[in-house]
Design a binder for this molecule. Structure first.
Ligand SMILES: *Cc1c(COP(=O)(O)O)cnc(C)c1O
Length: 224
């Protein structure tokens, strides 16, 4: 029998696979049993936003699951997380980036990361401003990284019904990645644009998303 979660996974893959967009199934606040259901429908890439929750699920679920960390990462949790995830999508400050790099070097691993951009009109969202990030690359401060691979950018659109606003936010995220590549054309494989959630993933794709992060529409509403 196909469960609701599995039907949603299959529906998303039918829509996204032909256009080459990757689905990050956001399982935060949902039990490992639901991750298993999605896994049985073929899903391998999952997003979690809390370190302890991710580590607990990692212990009980198949080892070929690819975990992306997508939440705000507190600096005191870096040590716990590095080595346990394929990618940290939510690197929102240079200090955090440097800590991830130092911890990765210490553990002898290379950590793939995305740089989180803040373009939405909300005060509370974490991330670099586009200008801040462009300056980081203009100064070539990324050359100090030893054990981190910068794979692209991640971001969110404003939480609004205004579709023009949402499109403008997504366009700015995608444009910033292109501008970074113009400033530093020697960056290798800086090609990921992770943006779009249940409510706005179609706009995100129209503006160049390579990865969408879908939670509610697959797993249902979350019990916080
Ligand atoms: C929770 C979360 C999502 C998924 O949001 P939905 O609206 O449930 O699809 C995507 N990205 C981030 C960063 C999140 O924290």
């Amino acid at each position: 029998m196909t469960t609701d979660v599995q039907a949603a996974i299959l529906r998303y893959h039918a829509e996204l696979d032909p256009i080459g967009v990757k689905l990050v199934a956001v399982s935060k606040f949902h039990p490992a049993s639901l991750v298993s259901e999605a896994y049985d429908a073929g899903q391998r890439l999952f997003g979690e936003s809390r370190v302890d929750e991710l580590l607990e699920k990692e212990q009980v679920l198949p080892s070929d699951i690819v975990w992306h960390f997508i939440g705000h990462l507190q600096t005191n949790k870096v040590r716990k997380l590095v080595g346990h995830v394929s990618m940290i999508e939510s690197v929102d400050s240079e200090r955090l980036l440097d800590l991830i790099d130092a911890e990765s070097a210490r553990k002898g691993v290379v950590t793939d990361v995305l740089l989180q951009l803040h373009v939405a009109r909300e005060e509370t969202k974490f991330g670099f401003s586009p200008d801040e990030l462009l300056e980081y690359f203009r100064d070539r401060r990324f050359e100090n990284l030893k054990a981190t691979h910068l794979c692209g950018v991640m971001g969110m659109a404003s939480n609004t019904d205004d579709v023009d606003r949402i499109n403008a936010d997504f366009k700015q995220i995608a444009d910033t990645r292109r501008q970074i590549l113009e400033i530093a054309p020697d960056l290798m494989r800086f090609d990921i644009v992770s943006m779009g959630m249940s409510g706005d993933y179609r706009e995100a794709i129209a503006n160049g998303a390579t990865h969408v992060r879908i939670g509610t529409d697959i797993f249902g509403s979350r019990q916080y």
